[in-house]
Design a protein around this ligand. Structure first.
Ligand code: AMP
Length: 269
């Protein structure tokens, strides 16, 4: 990858993924195509960002299908390193973004963002992109990467891409493939809760606790759903808001059966 990179003239756009690609990933690739001469997609299911008991081993994988999907997208290179290449024996250096990683996903998944920041920093060093593309679907991840790039003076632009959804509103996710039978329909409850927050806010509801309560009770009315967290927070610091005045990141993690899904929207952008 490094040898290839050293021979590429012009701008390079990187799309980091964990594979099992869907339209959301392809939208990132298309943004990268529009903004750069060369596009690199990485596919790496990063063991360092999965906690004990999380779904690292069962995370969906289908590299052959991924490559087929990328065929039509004019991608220069698909970088698919092995675990041992990324984390050889004796690997001991980690990137820890403090503060914002302790909330929301970070609170539910200790160590998750340390793994994310470290692997993304490595990918940036290997690929040396001018721009890197991340989905708003993982809003906290985006905030963490932006903070890392700013704090460590990394020489690239982080580009945010809006969430791509199924026709019924469910955010596309590789993990959706685990939804069985009635779970797929039940999963729309995340989107319904986000729409409810949007609607209440548009009608003038600014009390963040009220928004959290209304969303939580809507989600709990779905028998297959279990709330992990529901948040109305400042989009940059991710601190929970008392009142929504400017922009607010409304986000949630919900278990549908054994599958944990996350989604978000931003109010008042
Ligand atoms: P993943 O393979 O799930 O780690 O995701 C790789 C990248 O694709 C991340 O930047 C995600 O935020 C982004 N992504 C995943 N799902 C979507 C979606 N439905 N819409 C837009 N971007 C997405």
């Amino acid at each position: 990858m490094k040898r290839f990179r050293s021979q590429v003239p012009g701008s390079v756009g990187l799309v980091p993924t964990m594979g099992y690609l869907h339209e959301g990933h392809l939208e990132l690739v298309r943004h990268a195509r529009r903004g750069n001469l060369t596009v690199v997609v990485s596919i790496f299911v990063n063991p360092a960002q999965f906690g004990r008991g999380e779904d690292f081993t069962t995370y969906p994988r289908d590299p052959a299908r991924d490559l087929e999907l990328l065929e039509g997208e004019r991608v220069a290179v698909v970088f698919m390193p092995g675990d041992g290449e990324m984390y050889p024996e004796g690997f001991t250096t980690w990137v820890d973004v403090e503060g914002i990683t302790e909330r929301l996903e970070g609170a539910s998944r200790p160590g998750h963002f340390r793994g994310v920041a470290t692997v993304v920093a490595k990918l940036f060093n290997i690929v040396e992109p001018h721009r890197a593309y991340f989905g708003q679907k993982d809003a906290q991840q985006l905030a963490v990467i932006k903070k890392m790039v700013s704090d460590l003076n990394m020489n690239l632009e982080v580009v945010a891409v809006p969430t791509v959804r199924e026709p019924d509103g469910l955010a596309m996710s590789s993990r959706n493939t685990h939804l069985k039978g009635k779970e797929r329909k039940a999963a729309v409850v995340l989107w319904r809760a986000l729409c409810l927050a949007q609607e209440l806010w548009e009608k003038g509801e600014g009390d963040a606790e009220r928004l959290r309560r209304e969303m939580t009770s809507l989600i709990e009315s779905e028998p297959l759903a279990g709330v992990d967290y529901v948040s109305v927070a400042d989009p940059e610091s991710l601190v929970e808001l008392g009142h929504v005045d400017g922009a607010a990141l409304v986000s949630m993690a919900v278990r549908i059966g054994a599958t944990r899904l996350i989604d978000n929207i931003t109010l008042g952008e």
